[in-house]
Ligand binder design. Sequence first.
Ligand code: GUN
Length: 306
Amino acid sequence: MSAEIIDGKAIARQIQHELHRAVQAFRKRTGAAPTLRVLLVGDDPASHSYVRAKARTCAAVGVEEETLHLPAETPEAKLLSILQKLNADPGVHGILVQLPLPDHVNTQRILEAIDPRKDVDGFHPINVGRLALGLPTMEPCTPRGIVELLHRSGHSPVRKHVVIVGRSNLVGKPLMNMLTRKTERENATVTVCHTGTPDLAPFTRQADIVVVAAGRPNTLTGAMIRPGAVVVDVGVNRIDDPDAPRGYRLVGDVDFDSVREVAAAVTPVPGGVGPMTTAMLAYNTLLAACHQVEGLPLGTAPVNET
Ligand code: GUN
């Protein structure tokens, strides 16, 4: 058997079309454009590449985006004062600080300095707490993108057993909180495995859906899943490859070749979860703008009604 390859790029493109219409409608209703500011500190090549992808997606859907590039040695106090200005600017609806930040900066202090209403990453403790409580909130882009990807590819997680590998604040924990909500689109049984799990396979073999967000290549192999499982690969790892045009290639956390022989469906890297994350960032910026400009309840935007 060879698994269906879930085309995240095509699904994200479809979402971009929907968002483009919704953004045009917002502009018409309000005379304003949903506006995002991205802070990028230092020269990490992967971060630069992610931020470029975010800017491209925003441009494609009509979200005004500007990236502020700052040198790696920018003092924390300077970042805090920039955030204060962006928080106070009614023309800015979304703020994203690209992670990781340089070591001399206290990441948590920076994330807590973003106005929660403008926190399009959903990383502020108020938004994290609201998600954990099942209250409307700004939802982190990657887990939101994973839920959307599962639905749009015909693999609903509702009433399924989802095993998440990785307990990060960016993916594993928020995804657990989303999928366990009692909603028509979630309502899954969730197991979270992590580096404290001595043996992953007994857990992953019980899963209908395995989501791997461990940050380590080959974390999941075909022998560790049951036939017919759906596998979502969140990892993005750069592997040195002198034959590749850029001297490296990207691989996920999943051993793609062995998994595709056993799974019913698997997401590729690149072209799986990544494009969904950037689409959801544009969506969150629209949500933030609808909330701030039109007073719509947090987490609502008319997307499919135009
Ligand atoms: N670095 C890697 N992923 C992310 C993300 O989703 N948001 C931010 N701000 N930084 C990241």
